[in-house]
Write a protein that binds this ligand. Sequence first.
Ligand code: FAD
Length: 569
Amino acid sequence: MARAERRDLSCDVLVIGSGAGGLSTAITARKAGLDVIIIEKDDHFGGTTAFSGGVLWIPGNPHARKAGITDSRDAARTYLRRETGNFYDEAAIEAFLDAGPRMLEFFEAETEAKFVLSGYPDYHPDIEGGAQTGRSVTAAPFDARALGQEIKRLRPPLETITFIGMMFNSSNDELKHFFRATRSLTSAIYVARRLCGHFKDLALYRRGVQVTSGNALVARLAKTVFDLDIPLLTGTAGQRLISEGGAVRGAVVRDGAGEFSIQARRAVVLACGGFPHDRARIARAYPHLARGGEHVSPTPAANTGDGIRMAEEAGAKCEIRFPSAAAWMPVSKVPLGGGRTGVFPHLVDRYKPGVIAVNRRGRRFTNESNSYHDVGAAMIADGAQGAETAAWLICDHATIRKYGLGNAKPAPVPLGPFVRNGYLTSGQTLRDLAAAAGIDADGLEATVRAYNRGAAHGEDPQFHRGATAFNRYLGDGEHQPNPNVAPIERGPYYALKMIMGDLGTFDGLATDRFARVLDAERRAIPGLYAVGNDSASIMGGNYPGAGITLGPIMTFGYLAGRHLAGLEA
Ligand SMILES: Cc1cc2nc3c(=O)[nH]c(=O)nc-3n(C[C@H](O)[C@H](O)[C@H](O)COP(=O)(O)OP(=O)(O)OC[C@H]3O[C@@H](n4cnc5c(N)ncnc54)[C@H](O)[C@@H]3O)c2cc1C
């Protein structure tokens, strides 16, 4: 768009940010007849959502109903009441439970967004109201070539969780073929075919085009955005809100050519993805940072808390009040070459039999097969006495070749480069390993001895790994009697240091059930909405199941879009 045309843009609804929150609101409002503009600070659209697993937690979703899985709204309500404790917000939870299934039906019927049932159990399935399966759905894989030229603006997936740019189906089925490639002819043929197709795509498009997970979710939503002719201005950052008579009427924005304003007749919707890179705010909100520890976020660097700052300037409040201000994710720093460092989220390795996590004293401190958020919270609690919050994953040679560890892939992908570049530490004996990694050697030897006694029989008397359906879900189902537990046997041994990271922030702006931003007296600020991680999570800083950020994010995006159009009251 030429500079002159861009001056004094106007619309009904200005959406600031192009993750799941922004895109779902924009699509719903446009479908209801409103004139919408989306702006995005980055040169790519999609935000953290494009890096994500693309899993949505929606109790009572139509896919589970179709599969004959029994669940009830009462059970989901009970579970959420137990999980959120003092932060249980009845109005918000009821709005979510009521609108979640409707939202999914709307997007599947009216847009390119399609989902498949995922097998995830809730993260605490044995808590009252918890489900063994059926509440999580995943974005269906997508051929991103359907975006035409716009594929260039689709944020690529997180580099560290692709294999040479290739995305895996988050159902886990594809990964199983890669794990088995050296042992099964069927898997070897599958892997060879997949690699050939991928190299062809890289040559033609300079990126993988068969996208899955969050990349598929964003590509699917973006396809609908473009089909509906919603302008999506990338490289354009919201700077400050324009208010008149106490109501928000638009925003001053900035692109490469300078500042201009966009008037919004109905409202501005903040969807800037929370504050994971607002250094000042996270220094106050994250306990491990406050005591001098390290924190590295795999979320996009552009998520610097702009939406929250703009809302605060307009009279809104963002309190740090949850026990966990963010969704914790243990991560490791991956040397990518050329001086670049990637952030690897430890999503699957901690569940595998033969992998344990210890602290600097060489002691285990938690059930490693719990969710990333629970293991993260345990790391933060374990580090409470000192400046460092860290843990080391430990395993033997047979285990690392079978499952990989962090960014190090299973055989036949070579291990040597990861040892040479310092990502992995190795040792012929546990004492050598401990010395190389800076872990207490007596502690590590004693820990492995004690762990192996139970592990020989598939037992973990200390932390009960494998006790829940969720523990077992990401373990190795073929490893019996316990998919999460095996002894650590013959060297060489390996250690990989994990530090604390996040999947996005939980604390945020106070909003009502239509996503309107509230002021300090809890009155809606006219003309201002916040969706996604700019608004405080309805989970109160807890992580009940796979997709508990994106499920509510798309649901409240849908409700915001409908409320803006006068379809919800
Ligand atoms: C590896 C990983 C896996 C995950 N998997 C899942 C999962 O499977 N299920 C789940 O529920 N959650 C998952 N999460 C968390 C989830 O991705 C986020 O909670 C969610 O994507 C946040 O959506 P959002 O719309 O609020 O923000 P984002 O998707 O981050 O979008 C915000 C956008 O706003 C833009 N922006 C920021 N400031 C401005 C400004 N001033 N002007 C204009 N634009 C601006 C940003 O550039 C960004 O593009 C995962 C996260 C990670 C990192």
